[in-house]
Design a protein around this ligand. Sequence first.
Ligand code: PGA
Length: 238
Amino acid sequence: MAKKTVMFNWKMNPPTIREAEDLARASDHQGVVVIPPSLFLKPVADRLTRAKLGAQDAFYAEKGAFTGEVSVQELKDLCVEYVLAGHSERRHTFGEGDALIAKKTKAILDAGLTAVLCVGETEQEKRAGRTREVLKRQIESALSSVGGNRSDQVILAYEPVWAIGTGNPETPEDAAETIEYVKSVALGAIRRVPRVLYGGSVDGENIGSFFAQDEIDGALVGGASLKPDEISKMISVL
Ligand code: PGA
């Protein structure tokens, strides 16, 4: 079985550099990608020796008059290797649509970084039986311009919106089945089967049951990645 990856998405946490440094030290393990707020990338990078560094978002333009935004080149200069695109909070809290997410994905890949494209249905879409249709649209719109040549720089994260931050994860069996579908759609778009992570209320208790599924290549973790005891439990299954 290929090695699993765990990505720690801190979102807009913690409030101080000092706490960020402590979390970085606790997370510094092979197979981990630490994804802090962009303001803390440098101090976190300085604390990591084994874990890799990721960013939560990036704008698509190279440089210029885009107040508040961060470019992929700026991230690259801070040793970032992975960048999230289309996280559900970007889609639903900040109103990012498929076209913008496609441009950001392309910019990440063009810079030679790995894009972690996040996809997932809302509770309403799930109830309406539209999960596959939504996933297909999100994957194809973001990856259609990628083609085969940059396909090894693409990772996907399947994160059902209703499972994020709720303590109510998808079951590992259902997540694996949906991820199999995600891989088949991605294969059509980039002519290669990418690694696909599961995200949504993963913690130190349940991570092992997700990793027991062959189709699931890793986990994208939010809340539990801020708690030292959860971090050590998650690292222990890598
Ligand atoms: P959660 O967040 O682990 O807190 O559910 C996952 C994510 O948003 O990536």
